[in-house]
Design a protein around this ligand. Structure first.
Ligand code: RAT
Ligand code: ZN
Length: 437
């Protein structure tokens, strides 16, 4: 079918040709499957980061989304759980969530979906055969296989220069890997500045907790240097539900005095992930964070007062999503992205994505995976495509009904905006494409 072919709505396609592939829904599905994604936010690492990169069955099972679910079913206390080895923890989670209970939640189905995609038994009586499979994999061939199964061309990592394990790698010589872009994560700097001020100073920067003019310009120099060292495609910080701007507090002063000017100097966007309530249950460690409703006036103020900066914004509370769309309609320097963390469930993704399409057309980035374990890319992107397909088809169908023909080329362009070019435009980077693109 040529690119200019008009794609009919399902009803008219059935009436004329009877072929479901001719239908809008079929075409949208095909285009979604064939368009490689740039995954704009993950916690994955390039192979040169060694042990920091997580993959395989034990890492998949000890994912913190599953740990949170495990404690709902198991009588094991968190303090006992943390004394176990990773393999023992994985065994406990498998037994509890996959053998004694039914893996029907989003996170448990994710593991099943990964095993299935890799051609593995989804209900083995022990993890031994699965462990054997993963031990045999060589990352050099395995990463391209996983990327291929997930339909992605590249991912963006999360790189915090104040994380000692990461800084070690960055301070060594490493080959750049075009499949793994970096994002300069500023959580420790923005949210725990007093605790990290000395570490910044130890790297030769005149950081000071007084946050006076000199200290701010030195912190800006620190941020610029690290952004260059990492060749970061954007800078990012997660922020609590209580985040306010401007409020004269440490976060706001760091943003206005150091980070936003550094973004402008380097022409990179700033990603703000707003609404996390860290460690409401510290016993659960990574699984102990929660979400809260934020006051998005902070985003309005930032977008208005820093009109030359570009912002990528994701908000964690379901109740904040409509407000974010409204703000994006007011400020063209704001790009909403992703259905973050607790929102990444089909029912909520569907609602948010429909709302965004209705209010913003294609001018947003619908999803990121947030994958921490390599193989999660497979299920998270499979799920995203599955949820997006009927929504996009319905949207196109409405346009046809309203009198605007939709061509194959239109559908390719719509999906390309959502999966790739909005991000490329925002970051000014063009990531490598797969052969299939
Ligand atoms: O989704 C997650 O894995 C969370 O733990 C967070 O990492 C969150 O995505 C973040 O980037 O802060
Ligand atoms: Zn994340």
């Amino acid at each position: 079918m040529s690119d200019g072919t008009i794609v009919r709505s399902p009803a008219s396609a059935r009436a004329s040709s009877g072929s479901p592939r001719e239908s809008l829904a079929g075409t949208v599905e095909e285009v979604l499957a064939a368009t490689p994604v740039i995954d704009v936010h993950t916690h994955l690492f390039a192979p040169s980061f060694g042990e920091l990169g997580l993959w395989g069955i034990d890492d998949l099972l000890t994912y913190h989304y599953l740990e949170a679910e495990f404690f709902r079913f198991s009588s094991l206390r968190p303090s006992e759980y943390w004394t176990l080895s990773k393999q023992q923890r994985a065994d406990e989670i498998w037994q509890t969530l996959f053998v004694e209970n039914h893996p029907i939640s989003e996170a448990t189905r994710g593991v099943i979906s990964v095993l299935d995609a890799l051609g593995l038994d989804t209900a083995p009586s022990s993890l031994a055969p699965l462990r054997e499979f993963f031990v045999e994999q060589k990352l050099a061939e395995y990463i391209p296989r996983v990327f291929d199964l997930a339909g992605i061309s590249s991912v963006v990592m999360t790189n915090d220069p104040l994380d000692p394990a990461e800084a070690d790698v960055w301070n060594r010589d490493r080959e750049p890997d075009e499949r793994f872009h970096s994002a300069l994560r500023l959580d420790r700097l923005v949210n725990e500045f007093p605790e990290h001020c000395a570490l910044i100073a130890s790297q030769g920067y005149g950081a000071d907790t007084d946050l006076g003019c000199r200290a701010l310009s030195e912190i800006r120099r620190f941020v610029v240097d690290w952004c260059k060292r990492m060749d970061a495609v954007y800078m990012a910080a997660s922020l609590p539900d209580t985040f306010a701007f401007p409020d004269g507090g440490i976060q706001a002063r760091l943003l206005s005095g150091a980070i936003l000017p550094a973004c402008l100097e380097l022409d990179v966007p700033l990603a703000l992930m707003i609404g996390v309530r860290r460690q409401v249950n510290p016993a659960l460690r990574l699984a102990g964070d929660a979400a809260g409703l934020a006051d998005l006036r902070a985003v309005e103020n930032l977008c208005r007062d820093y009109a030359d900066n570009r912002f990528l914004v994701s908000v964690l509370s379901r109740e904040n999503q409509h407000q974010l769309c409204i703000i994006a309609r007011k400020f063209s320097n704001l790009m909403p992205f992703g259905c973050w963390w607790f929102l990444n469930n089909p029912s909520i993704v569907e609602e948010i994505t429909r709302e965004r399409l209705e209010m913003l057309g294609t001018s947003f980035i619908p999803q990121h995976s947030d994958a921490r374990i390599l193989e999660q890319l497979i299920y998270k992107w499979r799920n995203t495509r599955r949820t997006l397909a009927p929504i996009l088809a319905k949207t196109c169908e409405l346009a046809v009904e309203d009198g605007r023909p939709i061509t194959h080329c239109d559908i390719h362009q719509i999906v390309a905006h959502l999966f790739r070019t909005n991000f490329e435009r925002w970051t000014g980077r063009h990531a490598p494409t797969l052969e299939s693109s």
